[in-house]
Design a protein around this ligand. Structure first.
Ligand code: PLP
Length: 433
């Protein structure tokens, strides 16, 4: 199909080219149970990841004392945000039904973003496999031993490489360096200076590129291929990352129960997930569909300049189309979402499960950032606000939302230095007034 044919077949593309904020509903979504039969990832794989994270809890307690309170489980709060809820209704002149909650992955320990789920999980799995292969570790051991010099010495024979727009690099860099691995992060041009500085201060090798995310990943992959003792964390294709993210779902279920929030046919759950290459939001959405089936509806949220997953899903072309193909520049303040080409693996895994996807302008991200700071005193990075307009889009489109619980997944912000955050906030305030 050439561009003209694409635009004829998918009228939304012309709106995307005009950078309008749009929502797309997935016509390929089917009954969850049926859809789950058509994919290669299984509930057992997610359970295996959850069990592995439990085994590592005693290590994490020691290596990262900030996790000790939660006994080494890396998890974030789920909170109601009623003041923000009334503010956005006013701001968008739109009432919506249901209650608005925020999943605060900005407060995840170790790296302050959703990447503390999948990214850290994958490195832990590599460490476990290496140590077991060498006969140094068994599943029944207390994994606290991994914090000893003997293990650090052992892991220093191996290296980890990753390509990243920033947050994945932070997560992988921090955990890998802590375990003792040599680690290289290939950073795209969007990556913020403070992230590079922080990683270097922890002994991580940072390689910078003048190009976007795809190039950083490609170079990382190339480096790893040359070295049999180097493991490449493949953000575009990794099942381990994906299942690490998916573990969030069973934990969320427990949190909802503790808050006495019911999820069933009469009380649906709508979840709005900021999406870059797709692994994080895709993994979480997949985990949620495993647990809540048709009672949960998951939507991706992307910048108007980088709607790669929406484009890949809508056209069915997945990783074979990029936002550049429709003339978009992939430039956005939402650095975590600055991805031009989606993961084909994630797109294909979610194509019958995801409810839809919507886009948001940078200006709206800034405005919502300042609104959330003023109303709830919660500071997020711009990427993490992308899901906030979900209930507005759905109401505008006439989707019934009575007795709905809306969860906006706040994917990051916990490590942003305060001066940087102040700049974001002030820009948001300027837009608001
Ligand atoms: C990485 C990231 C995302 C999106 O995750 P992907 O796996 O790239 O889709 C969303 N928000 C923030 C803050 C991120 O760092």
């Amino acid at each position: 199909m050439n561009n003209q044919q694409l635009e004829m077949k998918f009228p939304l593309i012309s709106k995307m080219q005009r950078k309008e904020e749009i929502i797309w509903f997935n016509p390929n979504k089917i009954d969850s149970e049926e859809a789950l039969k058509n994919v290669s990832v299984t509930a057992e794989m997610v359970q295996d990841a959850s069990d592995r994270l439990d085994r590592f809890a005693s290590y994490l307690c020691i290596a990262f004392p900030e996790t000790a309170k939660a006994k080494g489980i890396i998890e974030s709060p789920l909170v109601k945000i009623p003041t923000m809820e009334s503010s956005i209704k006013k701001f968008f002149h739109t009432e919506f039904d249901g209650e608005l909650l925020l999943k605060c992955d900005n407060a995840l320990p170790i790296s302050g973003s959703i990447k503390a789920r999948g990214g850290i999980y994958e490195v832990l799995k590599i460490a476990e496999q290496l140590a077991m292969r060498e006969g140094l570790l068994e599943e029944t051991d207390d994994y606290a031993i991994l914090s000893t010099d003997r293990f650090r010495q052992f892991f220093s024979n191996y290296s980890i490489a990753v390509g990243s727009t920033g947050n994945l690099g932070l997560s992988i860099g921090i955990i890998s360096a802590k375990l003792g691995f040599r680690v290289t992060v290939h950073m795209s041009s969007d990556a913020k200076q403070w992230k590079k500085d922080m990683l270097r201060s922890k002994g991580v090798t940072v390689v910078e590129y003048d190009f976007d995310y795809s190039i950083a990943v490609k170079e990382g992959r190339k480096q790893a291929e040359k070295d049999s003792k180097c493991f490449f964390i493949d953000d575009e294709n990794s099942i381990d990352l994906f299942v690490g993210y998916a573990v969030a779902a069973s934990r969320l279920k427990t949190q909802l129960e503790q808050m006495q929030i019911i999820v069933d046919a009469e009380h649906p759950l709508f979840v709005y997930l900021p999406c870059g290459v797709g692994g994080g939001p895709g993994g979480v959405a997949f985990g949620l569909k495993l647990i809540f089936g048709d009672y949960v509806q998951c939507f991706f949220a992307e910048p108007t300049n980088s709607p790669c997953m929406l484009l890949g899903l809508m056209t069915g072309l997945h990783e074979n189309i990029s936002v550049a193909d429709i003339g978009l520049d992939n430039k956005t303040v939402a650095d975590g979402l600055a991805v031009g080409r989606p993961s084909g693996f994630v797109g294909k895994t979610l194509e019958q499960l995801i409810s839809g996807s919507f886009t948001i302008k940078d200006k709206t991200l800034y405005e919502l950032l300042a609104l959330l700071a003023d109303t709830e005193n919660i500071l997020l990075e711009p990427s993490a606000l992308a899901g906030m307009t979900g209930p507005i889009h759905l109401t505008t489109q006439g989707v019934p939302l009575k007795k709905t619980t809306h969860i906006v997944w706040a994917t990051g912000g916990g490590m942003v230095p305060s001066q940087e955050m102040q700049i974001y906030y002030e820009k948001g305030k300027q837009y608001l007034f």
